[in-house]
Design a binder for this molecule. Structure first.
Ligand SMILES: [Zn+2]
Ligand SMILES: [Zn+2]
Length: 100
């Protein structure tokens, strides 16, 4: 099975304004940051530039079909023995794009 790879985004386009991290479209299950807002530290005072790992996982699970284990959006990744496992790296790529 082949699929066309899109050309890399020109660096001139991404340099001036960094896009919000795609995981910000979901609520963070770790620090409780609402949709569209940045993650914070556990104290809630310092805003982090990158989302909590748990938020990236929640976003990938909610939005992407996993290329590795073929689970549908909303379903956790599964290992070869059928039990739930950590989100596969390729699912992050699928959900967030190659920039991640
Ligand atoms: Zn968070
Ligand atoms: Zn998977």
């Amino acid at each position: 099975m082949t699929r066309p790879r899109s050309a890399p985004m020109p660096t001139s386009l991404r340099a001036n304004r960094p896009a919000p991290h795609p995981a910000r479209t979901v609520r963070c299950p770790h620090c409780g940051a609402a949709e569209g807002t940045r993650c914070t530290t556990r104290s809630g005072r310092i805003t982090k530039t990158s989302p909590c790992p748990a938020r990236r996982a929640a976003h990938a699970i909610a939005t992407a079909v996993c290329p590795t284990c073929q689970t549908a959006p909303g379903t956790p990744c599964r290992g070869i023995d059928g039990t739930e496992t950590a989100v596969h790296q390729q699912r992050y790529t699928e959900a967030e794009g190659d920039a991640a």
